[in-house]
Design a protein around this ligand. Structure first.
Ligand SMILES: [Zn+2]
Length: 402
């Protein structure tokens, strides 16, 4: 569903457009959206019909709707996923890309119960492993070749090509044991056959981040790019840094994928200082990362801003950049007749303590504050996630904070 409802037209007043690419607009303006969800007019102080729903943007920015390129939202089908509503429109995000929660064996459920039932636009990277993240890291999806069924992957893609944007491979020791880089090679082969990008998660070696980069090509995505794990950080090995920089120049997309274990302020700050920016900013939100330390996309964007990434580049990294990965057109996003898909947000002064995945703390002096997600003729009130008090939870390997 896409917010299609026979309601009222929507008038957004006092909004300041940014990141609309070719459509050059300046200053504060109004945008009128018809009851059918299409843009009817935009410009300063629009005259509007009497029965409109009126939203006063109070001078806030309006951009194309934010896209989170790495979330886990197969809620109920995997133990780790959250609901799309927990990281979508109410957080200012209009497009969610699930990064491999579903494999070919359970993608039909993901489509029926999540994609078709949500108001956000949902796309997915299909996990190379048949079972996806059913029992995440407890029953790993890529232990050996029996976990991959190439014929069924091709069949699943053929039936769901409008939803599947690529192949996801989690290439780290927790999942693949000593199998090393072979699953990445198989994933690349499938992605080539389907002519879609592959997203690879790098983490504890094997496989080595270096080996993964050697297999990827232009258009592919490496997520957790600025992780601070021993043996997988681009800042502890100059050869790896140089390789990552070269690959980024050649069109391999470095994606943040913050998550519970995969974003380091120190790595991000050092890389950005040397001129290596992430291509896209994503959260890797799931049940074990949301309450601590990720919270949401807006906070993750604020973290990147705090380590030196420029404001307009941060916004680009949640709009045009991920849109290009999932082949979502960003042309004419502010044009009469086009479907409304916007995020209204402010950048406010703040002094907020935020933590990365390594437990390092930084004080955020500027915060992205989403105000509304606009999906068709519907404006959904948005805000940042307010974390719950953390609890010490006992599990089979000991204790952890949740
Ligand atoms: Zn993930």
């Amino acid at each position: 569903m896409t917010g299609e409802k026979a309601g009222k037209p929507l008038l957004l007043t006092n909004v300041k457009p940014m990141a609309f690419g070719g459509t050059k607009v300046a200053g504060v303006m109004d945008i009128l959206v018809d009851a059918d969800g299409r843009i009817a007019a935009f410009g300063p102080q629009l005259a509007a019909p009497g029965d409109v729903e009126r939203i006063d943007g109070k001078g806030a920015w309006i951009s194309p709707g934010w896209i989170d390129l790495h979330v886990h939202i197969w809620h109920g089908g995997t133990d780790i996923s959250i609901r799309p509503s927990e990281c979508g429109a109410e957080r200012g995000v209009t497009t969610l890309v699930d990064a491999g929660s579903a494999g070919e064996a359970n993608f039909h459920g993901f489509r029926e119960y999540i994609i078709e039932a949500s108001r956000e636009r949902i796309k997915a990277f299909l996990n190379l492993g048949s079972i996806g993240l059913v029992a995440c890291n407890r029953v790993p999806e890529l232990r050996d070749i029996k976990d991959i069924d190439l014929d069924r992957i091709l069949e699943c893609y053929a039936e769901n090509s409008e939803h599947i944007v690529g192949i996801k491979v989690r290439a780290s020791h927790v999942i693949t044991g000593s199998w090393g880089v072979t699953p990445v090679k198989l994933g690349k082969k499938i992605a080539k056959i389907l002519r879609v990008p592959m997203m690879v998660h790098v983490g504890e070696p094997p496989a080595l981040y270096d080996e993964v980069l050697e297999i990827l090509g232009p258009g592919d995505v490496v997520t957790h790019c600025f992780n601070g794990k021993a043996g997988s950080s681009i800042m502890e090995d100059e050869d790896l840094y140089n390789l990552a920089e070269r690959c980024a120049g050649e069109g391999i997309r470095l994606d943040i994928g913050h998550g519970g274990a995969s974003f380091s302020f120190k790595v991000a700050e050092a890389a950005i200082k040397r001129g290596l920016l992430p291509y896209s900013i994503s959260t890797d939100l799931h049940g074990h990362s949301m309450n601590f330390p990720v919270w949401d996309l807006a906070t993750t964007m604020s973290k990147l801003l705090s380590v030196g990434m420029p404001f307009d580049k941060v916004v680009n990294a949640v709009t045009h950049a991920p849109a290009s990965v999932i082949k979502l057109s960003m042309e004419k996003r502010l044009a009469v007749g086009e479907r409304a898909d916007f995020t209204i947000f402010d950048l406010v002064d703040a002094d907020l303590e935020a933590t990365d995945s390594n437990g390092d703390v930084s004080r955020l002096k500027k915060l992205f504050e989403p105000r509304y997600a606009v999906i068709g003729a519907e404006a959904i009130t948005a805000s940042r996630y307010v974390p719950r008090a953390r609890k010490l939870v006992r599990h089979s390997h000991g204790y952890s904070w949740r």
